[in-house]
Design a protein around this ligand. Structure first.
Ligand code: FES
Length: 91
């Protein structure tokens, strides 16, 4: 084992999971579109912060869901209108 080539100051995980049979999931709440807009905004704010797509974070009924690590903050019902407030949380 060795340290990965790149180390990031924070890691944001955005759930883009899609479930079958119409069950609650973040993909139904436009999380992929949210992820793409958030990724661009965060890169402009601080390129040392990584934004990554992930699968289910276990909060499906609160979708779209994201997590900020290492702050250990989980946010639900996020939309693109929340991005300015999310950026403030990263400072
Ligand atoms: S599908 Fe996103 S938290 Fe479960």
């Amino acid at each position: 084992m060795k340290l990965a080539m790149k180390q990031f100051s924070q890691l944001i995980l955005v759930c883009v999971n899609e479930k079958e049979n119409g069950r609650d999931c973040c993909a139904k709440k436009l999380s992929l579109e949210f992820y793409q807009t958030l990724k661009t905004a965060v890169a402009e704010f601080d390129p040392t912060i990584r934004v990554a797509k992930t699968s289910c974070l276990g909060n499906c009924a609160s979708g779209a869901v994201m997590a900020i690590m290492p702050k250990n903050v989980y946010l639900g019902d996020v939309t693109e209108t929340d991005i300015p407030e999310i950026i403030k949380m990263l400072a």
